[in-house]
Ligand binder design. Structure first.
Ligand code: TYD
Length: 197
């Protein structure tokens, strides 16, 4: 099982991934969490470039698109191994991030054609102003105008793809976690009525 969290910067993915992981472990599942960009050499280069003042320029975005795809290709090998061991993989981001942060979409799809399609994508949809106030503003992508277009593209993707489920990220961490459990439970054969928190 490959479950992915997506959302604009500051959407609360990190917190929710930990909460979901703990809940699944308590339900007897073996869980592995992964993060994109990874901590590979390519991932480290990506994190450095994200702070470059030209990060949103056309050529830097194309370069980042290629690097994200390369970093992801290595990660797919790990995910495949975890899946073979019957583990639930929870990922912070996937190729859908490239589809909304980089462009053009047809090219991004092409260079990501070896990326696995997630079984479920949990899109944490957050108010823009809250998102920007939660980010440290250290990456060039963490500005309102850019994130506004990213948010719109996410919602378009969610409309088009059945594996997406949109969760309102504005309702407080506990409520968000509860709503996520309700969506994930049927996927893993966990009884919905047994969700107590
Ligand atoms: P990160 O520090 O993980 O941000 P956050 O914790 O807020 O998710 O940095 C990831 C940044 O990289 C984030 O701004 C989104 C961006 N990104 C892309 O532009 N394309 C991609 O394919 C991926 C995976 C991330």
């Amino acid at each position: 099982m490959y479950i992915v969290f997506e959302g604009i910067d500051g959407a609360g993915k990190t917190t929710q991934i930990e909460l979901l992981k703990d809940w699944l472990v308590n339900n007897g599942f073996q869980v592995e969490t992964v993060v994109e960009p990874t901590d590979s050499d390519i991932g480290k280069l990506i994190r450095k470039l994200l702070q470059d003042e030209n990060a949103t320029s056309e050529y830097m975005q194309k370069t980042l698109g290629l690097l994200f795809a390369a970093d992801r290709t290595l990660l797919m090998n790990d995910i495949e191994s975890f899946q073979k061991e019957n583990k639930v993989v929870i990922s912070d981001r996937s190729f859908y991030s490239s589809l909304v942060y980089q462009e053009p979409a047809d090219w991004i799809e092409e260079i990501n054609k070896f990326a696995k399609i997630p079984d479920m994508v949990i899109l944490l949809d957050l108010d823009l102003k809250t998102s920007v106030s939660r980010t440290e503003g250290k990456d060039e992508f963490e500005n309102e105008e850019f994130l506004s277009s990213v948010k719109d593209k996410y919602l378009e993707l969610a409309d088009k793809h059945d594996n997406f489920t949109v969760i309102d990220g504005n309702s407080g961490p506990k409520m968000v976690a509860h709503n996520i459990k309700i969506k994930v439970a049927p996927l893993l054969g966990i009884c919905k009525d047994c969700i107590t928190d």
